[in-house]
Design a protein. Structure first.
Length: 471
């Protein structure tokens, strides 16, 4: 999309500078799902100033760019709620394994990562998501080999360079094979070390302001890789610091069996006993949930990151998303690690969430196109605790938005733009704004070199494979 002659670089813009988008279909994903067949959006600084049907108001001052959105749909930027960036350099391995066997195969390799690998992998994971419409990304990083460098700092640096809004879920593991867990003994931290490093990461990097670009959550990995004490003290730490909590939960039948054998109860009851249900908590997956589990999540407003492609890839099952939504559970979408979702894109998860849930008990009534879009936008913002700031296109909210091109061969014969976006092929991103600044134009990343990232991720994947083979 060519800029107007009034365009200035984002670095030159001020809080009073405006971007005006007109002649665009708009799905606001607000509380009433307001839509405009042809409307406008005015961005002032890093916020949405006004939005509505028809043409933008006359006489706007300091307009640095006008965009003709004909043939496009504007939506809130997509919000990713679960990922493991480091896995970008171990894609395509153990492709016929279930979760536990897949983890056992890959943990020895993952335990050899270092800062250079983690930075390159974060660039690859972020690049694929951002050029596909993600404006808020999230990474659950829990592998911290001794002497591997500043892994958290490298991930945050990659997100900052990309220009994306970001939540780092600082993970941890202290239950290794010798304690009945899955990770190798050399791949875990001590209880005290994990808590101290997590607190340091929060204090160093977390920003609680309205327009924060970087936030941090406390995120012990999973029931089968952390001790009960790490879960309990992790929850206490998060609430003392005023940040959110994240972990994996109820992903597979094997996990449920593990919890019953080790703790004498299912995953949801176990989480509740350790302080891990609440409106400041979100779980990845939540596939194997009975009615009581879903009711507990609804009652406590515990969030869920639904990862349909990864759940299918690992044969984990189909999460009961329609039942969760009916119970008032906040649900967002997640890519999950790219070793179990090799494409690494979130916009394809809109379609996959809809289609896979229709294979469940609710069949064709499970989800519709607008519900799928809400999962990927406002639902994700809810799960990350940022629904007052992002997730819908409303005046006063942060200007995180995407223009999807829907007038090409792939979509032009589908009359409804939201149906075209969700049911159709992956739509090109003509423009993506984060905090009012362009990060993608014409499906290309603006702030980083995609070809250089492709080379570095290939090189780091090969280096990691060599190190793992030698070990």
């Amino acid at each position: 999309m060519a800029p107007s002659t009034a365009d200035r670089t984002s670095a030159d813009r001020t809080a009073t500078d405006r971007i005006v988008i007109e002649n665009v279909a708009i799905a606001t994903v607000d509380a009433t799902d307001t839509e405009y067949a042809s409307g406008y959006i005015v961005v002032a600084g890093n916020k949405i100033e006004s939005i509505g049907a028809g043409k933008a108001p006359e006489g706007l001052a300091n307009v640095v760019r006008r965009i003709d959105g004909t043939g496009h749909l504007a939506t809130p930027g997509l919000v990713n709620t679960h990922h493991h960036f480091y896995q970008w350099i171990t894609r395509g391995i153990a492709t016929d394994h279930n979760l536990f066997n897949w983890l056992k195969t890959l943990y020895p390799t993952w335990a050899r990562i270092d800062e250079q690998m983690t930075y390159a992998a974060a660039q690859g994971s972020l690049g694929m998501m951002v050029r596909g419409g993600v404006t808020t990304a999230m990474d659950h990083h829990y592998v911290f080999p001794q002497g591997s460098g500043d892994l958290s700092g490298s991930i945050i640096r990659a997100a900052s360079e990309m220009g994306v809004r970001f939540t780092l879920a600082r993970g941890s593991m202290d239950r290794s094979e010798k304690d009945g867990g899955l990770p190798p003994d050399f791949a875990v931290e001590t209880l005290e070390g994990a808590l101290a490093a997590t607190e340091e990461t929060v204090r160093k990097h977390h920003d609680s302001s309205f327009d924060a670009m970087t936030q941090v959550a406390v995120a012990p990995c999973s029931p089968f890789s952390v001790s009960t004490e790490l879960l309990k003290q992790g929850a206490e730490l998060a609430r003392r610091l005023g940040v959110r909590l994240h972990t994996h939960g109820s992903e597979t039948v094997e996990e449920e069996k593990f919890c019953h054998e080790l703790f004498g109860m299912g995953p949801t009851d176990y989480f509740e006993s350790t302080g891990w249900l609440g409106e400041d908590v979100w779980m990845a997956h939540s596939v194997h949930m009975n009615d009581s589990d879903i009711a507990a999540f609804g009652r406590t407003k515990t969030g869920v990151a639904h990862c349909p492609s990864s759940n299918a890839r690992l044969a984990a099952g189909i999460a009961r998303v329609p039942d969760m939504l009916a119970a008032g559970v906040p649900v967002g979408l997640g890519v999950d690690g790219t070793a179990s979702n090799e494409s690494g894109e979130l916009h394809t998860e809109l379609r996959n969430a809809l289609l896979i849930n229709r294979l469940g008990a609710h069949r064709e009534a499970a989800l519709n196109a607008r519900q799928a879009l809400r999962l990927g936008t406002y639902g994700g913002a809810q799960v990350l605790g940022r629904a007052t700031q992002i997730g819908s296109l409303e005046a006063g909210k942060l200007a995180d938005l995407v223009l999807w091109k829907l007038d090409t061969l792939a979509h032009s014969s589908i009359a409804d733009p939201v149906t075209a976006l969700v049911f159709g092929a992956a739509a090109p991103v003509t423009l993506s704004l984060v905090n009012g600044k362009p990060v993608v134009e014409d499906s290309r990343l603006l702030h980083v070199d995609e070809d250089a990232i492709a080379r570095s991720t290939r090189d780091e994947a090969q280096r990691l494979a060599r190190i793992a083979a030698q070990s």
